[in-house]
Design a protein around this ligand. Structure first.
Ligand code: E4P
Length: 214
């Protein structure tokens, strides 16, 4: 499973990169707004740090402007993946950008049917949102699993990014699904590292060591 960081925060990205576990970054307009910095400058800085795909989302909702914004974003760096919301216009923009060799991440996917259409339009990545489905009483990981299954059944080259990941429980479930990629917030990365038995184990080793060398 590849691990992407779901953030536009430079220090979080640097810290996780230095751990040697970072395969890419996803941003969205909400995450960029949180940083209160210039959009393109922020994305360019992220691309300099990360040796992998960096998703940057278009704001336009009509396909002509989605394509225009997508082309401009792709100019920033070879790492850029243009993020496009799943709509009819989004599908058309995906097919045009993909036809030009620009990788597209189709976002805001909430069903396997949407995923199928995005794959057919040429998406390099599809992002089903697990947490937001859970929020409305659906099984988000089940939809991620259906997306992964359809990609494998029909042999699409698209990679599935499990998005809207909220907890370590999600991460255990995603390992069972065998999802291609999980994009996770910094808080989930830190939670994944923690186990009380590791802390207790270190404490005991040190205590035993100290008593033996006395
Ligand atoms: C990533 O591509 C998504 O934009 C992100 O995971 C959404 O997460 P949220 O539902 O926690 O906002």
């Amino acid at each position: 499973m590849k691990l992407f960081l779901d953030t536009a925060n430079i220090s979080e990205i640097k810290e996780v990169k230095d751990l040697g576990i970072l395969d890419g970054v996803t941003t969205n307009p909400s995450l960029i707004a949180k940083e209160k910095r210039d959009f393109k400058k922020t994305v360019a800085e992220i691309c300099e740090i990360v040796c992998g795909p960096v998703s940057a989302e278009v704001i336009a909702l009509d396909w002509e402007n989605m394509v225009k914004e997508g082309r401009e974003l792709a100019e920033i760096s070879e790492h850029i993946v243009v993020k496009v919301p799943f709509t009819k216009d989004g599908l058309k923009a995906t097919s045009i950008l993909a036809g030009e060799g620009i990788p597209v991440n189709v976002t805001l996917i909430f069903s396997a049917n949407q995923a199928l259409l995005a794959c057919k339009a040429g998406a390099a990545y599809i992002s089903p949102f697990a947490g937001r489905l859970d929020d409305i009483g659906h099984d988000g990981i089940d939809v991620v699993s259906q997306c992964q299954q359809l990609v494998e059944t029909y042999g699409f080259e698209t990679e599935v990014i499990a998005a809207s990941i909220r907890s370590t429980a999600h991460m255990f479930q995603l390992q069972e699904v065998g999802v291609d990629i999980a994009t996770i917030p910094y808080s989930v990365v830190t939670q994944m590292m923690k186990h009380p038995l590791t802390d207790i184990g270190i404490e005991k080793f040190l205590k035993d060591w100290e008593s033996a060398v006395k």
